[in-house]
Design a protein around this ligand. Structure first.
Ligand code: GDP
Length: 329
């Protein structure tokens, strides 16, 4: 990795240079201490200066049509005057070393568009954990002039919650299916979603898609209304035939104006920031403590005793905590 000074990144981002944007994201992902120092300065510089943006999260099982949709929808947004950045959180890349979202060719047209920036799955990041750097990547994209940020994830594990905590609008993508299929969607994700889009509403499946929409709407009806007063909307689209993009965009826009009208949009972003800070700070504090030689020695000793049933878990914890308190006084 080539290394540059802070000014290089700041100037490059201001001039909306995609090469510098990619380098800046690599910088924040780096685990080297010197890189991290520059990254921290950079993020501190850009935090105040970005223009308004909309952050959209998209989740759905593999094969549902996410990348086809983003390819078409991204181009649609560019036609509406937006600059579109696509970031991916890919839970599979960690285990396999490869990445199912990381394949740029999946969004070939969009990736060639100068108004688009596509970042394949972040490398070397722990999924979901506080070490994930997607939030920073979002901020860097915004600093480089991108005002529509799409964060894509495969609906596996905790990645939806992670994405939901970093976007304004969370979109669940499903395929036309029977009512039974719909019951397979985790309730938690349905509740989290601000919008549900039924993709592949074309050809033979068009009719089924309409029925799915009805089924979904009546299922959603049973949920308690959300605190924000927004109720989840359902739209049909076909990424293949490029239909329904306008409906999805309208849905995002009406959400945005509803949230802005009572300041919930900004409030949501601030509380996301606060919990991001708390997570990072707590993690950092823990790390500092664990790195203390005295504590780590004690912990190892206690692990051994716990393993051999020489001490109860609660007693061991208590000993550990009194050692921490002693160290801090
Ligand atoms: P992803 O894994 O969710 O990103 O899904 P892909 O975008 O890779 O699409 C999976 C498959 O579904 C591909 O074969 C696509 O051609 C197909 N597909 C995607 N969108 C549509 C659509 O709107 N209609 C139809 N009929 N097929 C689609």
């Amino acid at each position: 990795m080539k290394r540059f000074d802070l000014d290089y990144y700041i100037t490059g981002l201001k001039s909306q240079n995609n090469v510098v944007l990619a380098q800046a994201i690599t910088l924040v992902e780096s685990k080297r201490k010197t890189d991290q120092e520059i990254a921290d300065q950079l993020l501190n510089e850009i935090v105040k200066g970005s223009q308004p943006s909309i952050r959209i999260g998209i989740t759905g099982t593999p094969g549902v049509g996410k990348s086809s949709f983003i390819e078409g929808f991204g181009s649609y947004l560019i036609d509406q005057g937006k600059k579109v950045a696509v970031l991916a959180i890919d839970p599979s890349s960690q285990k396999t070393g490869g990445s199912i979202l990381g394949d740029k060719t999946r969004m070939e047209t969009l990736s060639r568009n100068p108004q688009a920036y596509i970042r394949p799955s972040a490398s070397g990041n722990t999924l979901g954990g506080v070490n994930n750097r997607t939030r920073e990547a979002v901020l860097l994209c915004e600093a480089a002039g991108y005002d529509a940020i799409i964060v894509e994830t495969v609906g596996v594990g905790q990645s939806e919650t992670l994405v939901n905590n970093m976007v304004d609008f969370f979109l669940l993508m499903i395929q036309p299916g029977s009512g039974d299929d719909l019951q397979g969607i985790k309730k938690g994700i349905m509740e989290m979603a601000h919008g549900i889009v039924i993709n592949k509403a074309d050809g033979d499946q068009a009719k089924l898609a309409k029925q799915s929409k009805k089924d979904l709407l009546s299922a959603l009806h049973l949920f308690a209304p959300s605190e924000t007063g927004w109720s989840t909307q359902v739209e049909l689209c076909s990424a293949l035939e490029k239909t329904g993009f306008d409906l999805v965009w309208q849905m995002v826009q009406s959400f945005q104006s509803a949230m802005r009208s009572n300041s919930l949009f900004e409030k949501n972003r601030s509380s996301q920031n606060v919990s991001w800070f708390e997570d990072r700070a707590n993690f950092g504090i823990l790390q500092e403590l664990v790195d203390q030689p005295k504590l780590s020695a004690l912990q190892q000793e206690l692990v051994l005793k716990v393993r051999q049933n020489e001490i109860s878990v609660s007693k061991a914890t208590e000993e550990m905590l009194s050692a921490v308190k002693e160290l801090l006084t």
